[in-house]
Design a binder for this molecule. Structure first.
Ligand code: ZN
Length: 288
């Protein structure tokens, strides 16, 4: 059977079979943001953030659809006027017939989901289980737990994780003795400090996530016996999922007899764009 191009409705149906919107948290906003169900979709760009750099990339490539992990509008809005960056995103997309679709917390808890791809990227090759299983289906849930093939030091684990994740301006941060041996690992893509206690209860040697804050991390480290911590950039911990989702979408569509060309955005849209070590003498000359 020759493959024919897909409609937006077909792509959305495939995405929703992989990442059921009913799995999303109640505060979340997932699904189609703009686009007409009957429009053809030949090229799909996967990205973490619905920001201007990603729209630039989509238009330059001729994408018909952008799938992002983060929602454009998370709270209710009464205006999409091009007087805000979000409104400008909507206008540029609609003017250019580009649809926008979001899979967020429904992709976090999917099996496999965001943290499976993160776990693979930081060196976990064996079986994985959710760190916090969903009540409705324990195969799904937030975060993942698994074992390294052999124990390594915390420092070596962090170095491997840094090498396995895409580069961002901010470095990986580590809390704990770098010489401490680690084998069992918990990971959670995105901001995972709400799962610090869960990672401790799971008895793992190290917990890798993003956006860890001073007080929760400090209190966790002062209470002895818990896992070491590795804090990575938010964008970098979710980016590995994009290729996984792109592959699953194209396979699902091909099984149904349609096709799309999928691509993962290489725009680094982490909020942090430089550290002090990136600054030149000219930046610093005002210090006198
Ligand atoms: Zn996120």
């Amino acid at each position: 059977m020759a493959l024919i191009s897909s409609t937006l409705a077909e792509v959305v149906a495939s995405m929703e079979a992989l990442y059921d919107p009913s799995w999303a948290e109640s505060w979340d906003a997932v699904g189609l943001v703009c686009g007409e169900p009957g429009q053809p979709v030949r090229k799909v760009l996967f990205a973490v953030d619905p920001v201007a750099a990603v729209v630039d990339e989509a238009l330059a490539w001729g994408a018909d659809l952008i799938v992002t992990h983060h929602p454009l509008y998370l709270r209710g809005t009464t205006s999409v006027a091009a007087t805000t960056f979000k409104g400008r995103v909507v206008h540029r997309l609609i003017r250019n017939d580009v649809a926008l679709y979001t899979a967020h917390t429904n992709a976090d808890v999917a099996d496999p989901g965001v943290s499976d791809a993160l776990a693979r990227a930081v060196g976990l090759s064996g079986p994985l289980r959710p760190l916090q299983p969903s009540a409705a289906d324990p195969r799904r849930g937030l975060g993942r737990v698994g074992d390294l093939a052999s124990p390594v030091t915390l420092g070596e684990f962090a170095a491997r994780a840094a090498a396995g994740l895409p580069r961002t301006a901010g470095p990986l941060r580590v809390a704990g003795d770098p010489g401490r041996p680690v084998r069992s690992v918990a990971v959670c893509g995105g901001a995972g400090d709400s799962l610090l206690g869960t990672a401790r209860a799971a008895g793992v040697d190290v917990y890798l996530t993003a956006d860890l804050r001073h007080h929760p991390a400090s209190e966790h480290m002062e209470a002895e016996g818990g896992p070491a911590l590795v804090d990575a950039s938010h964008w970098a911990t979710e980016w590995p999922w994009l290729a996984d989702a792109a592959g699953r979408l194209t396979s699902a569509l091909a099984a149904g007899g349609t096709t799309v060309e999928a691509r993962v955005s290489d725009a680094v849209t982490d909020a942090w764009t430089a550290t002090i070590t990136d600054l030149t003498p000219e930046h610093l000359e005002g210090l006198g």
